[in-house]
Design a protein around this ligand. Structure first.
Ligand SMILES: O=C(O)CCC(=O)C(=O)O
Length: 271
């Protein structure tokens, strides 16, 4: 990447609260294997012999609901290959300016196409990630790389980011599981006396967006004829600490590289 492109991505990330990579980051063959890995994990087939962590969606659950599976990389070698890919680590470090980057949690997200006449159960309500991450110190540098495995277009229920909302502070509003995409947006909008401008994360397979822990985002129905496939890869830099240095819940595995790989820099810098 050229120096002016790095500066541009850092400026966007700092100013807007997110950065959307225009080009694929992950090689096509790695993406292909991860798609097969995703299908295997969704079917309950774990080639590592280790199941994912307890999840909102389990094999056999409603195929028309959002499928969210926690820590799929421990269940699939191909998914681990993708989430720990050095190109992703290098890009994350470029965008954030970090010396070291660790993957500390991963969510498999499979948003099926909306079936006409059926109640929608695959929206992602507007939220700020840090609302769910209180186990980390408030000033921790935490962010998410959202990697597309399918072509994410404006009709496939892309994530939308609210430009500049990372500067609004932590809200009591927001709910990942809300299906009331429009009404919830209106309520949050009313709560802030700020300009509400949205940017959709349109991504080709293998590309990624990066968003900060306080950036509001959500996604509506998938109106395409194909599933929207992705991983939300939650990352941290050397400027992060669990509260009380605890290892529990979402931080339980951060000392284990087989769960939480360091994908850029020196693990010693992460403490
Ligand atoms: O996949 C989505 O639409 C939202 C994912 C999300 O909330 C996240 O990556 O933090």
């Amino acid at each position: 990447m050229k120096v002016d492109e790095i500066v541009f991505s850092q400026e966007r990330y700092q100013t807007d609260g997110f950065y959307i990579c225009p080009q694929p980051v992950i090689p096509r063959d790695v993406v292909g294997r991860a798609v097969a890995g995703m299908d295997a994990v969704r079917a309950g087939d774990y080639d590592t012999g280790v199941p994912p962590r307890p999840s909102y969606w389990k094999p056999g659950d409603d195929p028309n609901a959002l499928c969210k599976i926690e820590m799929p990389q421990i269940a699939s070698r191909a998914i681990m290959e993708l989430v720990s890919h050095p190109a992703l680590g290098a890009k994350a470090a470029e965008v954030t300016g970090a010396n070291a980057v660790q993957v500390w949690w991963v969510q498999l997200l499979y948003k099926p196409p909306t079936v006409a006449g059926q109640q929608i159960r695959a929206n992602v309500g507007w939220h700020q990630d840090y609302r769910y991450w209180g186990i980390w110190e408030e000033d921790s540098e935490l962010f998410t790389a959202w990697v597309a495995l399918s072509d994410v277009t404006d009709v496939s229920g892309p994530m939308h980011f609210v430009v500049g909302s990372h500067r609004w502070g932590l809200s009591t509003e927001g709910d990942f599981s809300s299906q009331e995409y429009e009404a919830q947006r209106d309520a949050i909008r009313m709560a802030y006396n700020q300009e509400w401008r949205e940017a959709p994360a349109i991504l080709p397979p293998g590309s990624a967006s990066f968003h900060q822990k306080l950036t509001f985002h959500g996604s509506g129905p998938n109106l395409s004829s194909h599933p929207r496939r992705s991983f939300a890869i939650h990352m941290r830099t050397e400027r992060s600490r669990p509260k009380g240095d605890a290892r529990q819940g979402l931080t339980a595995f951060i000392d284990d590289p087989a769960y939480c790989p360091v994908i850029f820099g020196d693990a010693g810098d992460l403490g």
